[in-house]
Design a protein around this ligand. Structure first.
Ligand SMILES: Nc1nc2c(ncn2[C@@H]2O[C@H](COP(=O)(O)OP(=O)(O)OP(=O)(O)O)[C@@H](O)[C@H]2O)c(=O)[nH]1
Length: 331
């Protein structure tokens, strides 16, 4: 859950917690606050005293060490929740948390369901001018709108109907396809969020397939497959694809770089632990902001590649990867 400071995230979180029981869901919460003082955490515990809660205080989740985030989520997973709500600070870009969720220790256990962005109707149009000198913040606030699966346009009691229309039109310039819900006190039908979540007991194992010839065991994190022309009905528009790669397979940096360059415009981020060259040395590959970085690493697990993108055509990406692997094996 993202949204600028004071937009109504905690209000929504408390409502969601109160209604999870109606959907047979056991919730957990990861809260992140900028200051050392945990105001929202106290509010939450007052409203929902038994909640399985982890907090990352004094820092934005996007700047926190990945190990802090994964430790917090691992701690929450001990009590086997069906859903984890993550409330980000007002200045966090939701893409960053997706990045953290694709760390090797979490990858098999968590799946991004939806990015919800809460907007403060009274102030949202002014952000560009108020923060004109802080380009990074303006960018973050724009990304909060662009990557959301659900946009909650909150505090509409504080604006006129005419202004509301203008705000909706402006938001649509950044995100024309996601659900846009005008609300007061973040109230809307939570079926829209919860109906396609299942309690843990009835969850299906994620789709897996094994193709020995290609030396590739792939686990598709997102069972939803979007195409460029089909809006996502469920699951998140930010998708992550994880491709475990056989330990027997070693490839060149160029092979990966070419693949990522060809899909670069679609990708927000990619990373992986890969065995490179005849020496089979393991590298951590990071691709962010169109830049690639390779670092030797002592990582000893199964090599894998993770691709994160917005509205990815998952099947096409996988097919392309498989075809390239076949070609590689015939060289
Ligand atoms: N008038 C009005 N006030 C609202 C509405 N929704 C929330 N508020 C109030 O706005 C204030 C901020 O709401 P929060 O839910 O704490 O917002 P937040 O996004 O969690 O805030 P941060 O934690 O600072 O980022 C609270 O005093 C809420 O009661 C609304 O629809 N209308």
């Amino acid at each position: 859950m993202s949204g600028f400071l004071g937009s109504g995230k905690t209000t929504l979180l408390i409502r969601m917690l109160q209604e999870t029981a109606d959907f047979n869901l056991v919730p957990a919460v990861l809260m992140n606050e900028l200051g050392k003082q945990d105001v929202d955490g106290h509010l939450l515990q007052e409203a929902s005293p038994d909640v399985n809660l982890a907090k990352l205080l004094d820092g934005c989740i996007c700047c926190s060490k990945k190990s802090d985030i994964s430790d917090a989520i691992k701690q929450l997973l001990i009590r086997k929740p069906d859903v984890i709500f993550i409330e980000l600070t007002g200045v966090a870009n939701p893409e960053e948390i997706v990045d953290a969720l694709t760390e090797p220790v979490l990858l098999p256990y968590v799946k991004l369901h939806k990015v919800i962005t809460v907007l403060d109707a009274e102030n949202v149009l002014d952000y560009n001018s108020i923060f004109a000198s802080d380009r990074e913040l303006v960018h973050t606030l724009r990304r909060q709108m662009e990557v959301a699966d659900v946009l909650i346009l909150n505090k509409i009691d504080l604006v006129s109907d005419k202004l509301l229309k203008t705000i909706e039109k402006t938001i649509r310039k950044y995100n024309e396809r996601s659900l846009l819900l005008p609300t007061t006190h973040s109230k809307f039908d939570l079926n829209l969020i919860f109906s396609d979540l299942q309690p843990r007991q009835s969850q299906l194992v994620s789709s897996t397939s094994f193709n020995k010839n290609m030396h590739m065991h792939k686990i598709i994190k997102s069972t939803h497959e979007s195409t460029d022309s089909t809006p996502s009905a469920s699951f998140s528009r930010i998708q992550s694809i994880s491709i475990p790669i056989s330990i027997e397979l070693s490839m060149s940096q160029r092979f990966i770089e070419r693949y990522l360059a060809d899909w670069g415009s679609k990708l927000l981020r990619a990373k992986g632990y890969l065995m490179i060259g005849p020496q089979r040395e393991t590298f951590l590959m990071q691709f962010a902001g169109k830049r690639m970085n390779w670092q030797p690493t002592p990582f000893k697990g199964t090599p894998y590649l993770v691709l994160i993108g917005l509205d990815l055509n998952v099947r096409t990406l996988e097919e392309d990867w498989e075809n390239r692997l076949l070609e590689l094996q015939h060289i």
